[in-house]
Ligand binder design. Structure first.
Ligand code: NAD
Length: 361
């Protein structure tokens, strides 16, 4: 398979972690007989410094002409004084809009080797945490009308939550398709006891379910879901939900897995072109010191292989290689246990962690 991947190394630790993901992708290509070519895309602070714009048009075009996009992270103190539309984050928003990605997919997976890093009780963690939240990304209350007015001497604000059947159906399909690639359980999360948008959401999900008879669909109210994620996370395979509920639940889900440096994400639209990135930021406090954990980015590359290129076997192999390196006790600083737990663990830097994972493939 020949594929073109746009690389956005970005700012802070971005270049270091992307370098290790490329090392792993090159190893996958060599081992499984594929050819990956890369185009370098400037975005965020790096693009502001070079071009005076966080995402120049021709950089966006490079992404659109690629088969998929891998991003490190953008941003940093240096650019914080700039006006809103010139800041690094604006590049990211423009990239998402330009790519038309309406679905954000964030796995919550606990690696048994890191079970002690989870704030949950060990007996809950040991039941296994391995689910994915599919969140609608460009609709709902964040994109509805926002208004603040004065009424009878008092300030009143409103934010409109709006969803069309079409918007719900397209994110619903991503939920069902994701479940088809996993354990075929889909939980649709809404607040249908109160909200009209949620009642429509539920209706569309049940209509779609008829097209996916292999998938077991369940409904859950968002407040119950927030409780179930900490009480019994093992019950979930895929959760599909609207923008604001997904924003909150996906942060809750990433907390229970223990380390921000381990978590990948993907954003997808109608085609196979996707944006893959770790959930953390550019970590300026450790940039350039070879201390960053590259695993979130390497697992993002595994998601890219699985969801954009359909290379399941290769994605499985990358995830297994990460597991093997953790089994052998190698840890970057952020996942190194303190005190007695550190026995049998070897502290490694970003580069060495990338090398080890590539070598175990
Ligand atoms: P952050 O995620 O960059 O860092 C939070 C803490 O986690 C820091 O102590 C950092 O050292 C640590 N950390 C993060 N990733 C790590 C990794 N891979 N390995 C080891 N430790 C890691 O969040 P922040 O400090 O709030 O933000 C820093 C910059 O990143 C800001 O400019 C922010 O706007 C930007 N940001 C970018 C994105 C993105 O590009 N998608 C997302 C969030 C924040």
């Amino acid at each position: 398979m020949n594929k073109k991947i746009a690389l956005i190394r970005g700012d802070g630790i971005g270049p270091e972690i992307v370098e290790q993901a490329v090392r792993v992708l090159d190893r996958v290509a060599a081992k499984y007989g594929h050819s990956f070519s890369y185009s370098e895309v400037d975005m965020g602070g790096a693009a502001i410094d070079k071009w005076g714009d966080p995402l120049p048009e021709d950089m966006l075009r490079l992404c659109l002409e690629s088969d998929s996009v891998l991003l490190g992270a953008v941003g940093g103190e240096k650019w914080n004084q700039l006006p809103g539309d010139k800041r690094p984050e604006k590049g990211l928003l423009r990239l998402r809009a330009g790519m038309g990605v309406y679905s954000n997919n964030r796995p919550a997976r606990i690696w048994p080797q890191l079970a002690d890093a989870s704030p949950l009780r060990r007996e809950i963690v040991m039941q296994g945490i391995d689910f994915i939240i599919v969140r609608e990304l460009i609709g709902g209350i964040y994109f509805g009308e926002h208004r603040t007015t004065e009424e009878n001497g008092s300030t009143v604000s409103e934010d409109v939550m709006r969803y069309s059947e079409e918007e719900i159906e397209r994110i619903g399909r991503i939920g069902f398709e994701t479940a088809m690639k996993r354990r075929r359980k889909l939980c649709s999360v809404e607040k249908s006891n109160v909200l009209d948008t949620s009642r429509l959401w539920k209706k569309v999900m049940h209509r779609l379910a008829q097209e996916y008879p292999e998938v077991e669909l369940s409904d859950m109210l968002v407040d119950n879901c927030a409780m179930q994620i900490v009480k019994n996370p093992a019950q979930f395979d895929v959760i599909v939900t609207e923008n604001m509920f997904g924003d909150i639940l996906s942060d809750e889900a990433s907390m229970i897995t223990g380390s921000i440096g381990m978590i990948p994400s993907s954003s997808l639209g109608a085609g196979s072109l996707g944006l893959y990135e770790p959930i953390h930021g550019s970590a300026p406090d450790i940039a350039g010191q070879d201390k960053a954990n590259p695993i979130g980015t390497i697992l993002s590359a595994a998601m890219l292989l699985r969801y954009s290129f359909g290379l399941d076997k290769e994605a499985d192999a990358v995830e297994a290689a990460v597991g093997r390196v953790l089994d052998e006790g190698y840890r970057t600083l952020d996942i190194l246990p303190k005190g007695e737990g550190a026995e049998g663990c070897t502290l490694v830097g970003c580069k060495r962690m990338g090398e080890l994972i590539a070598n175990r493939l």
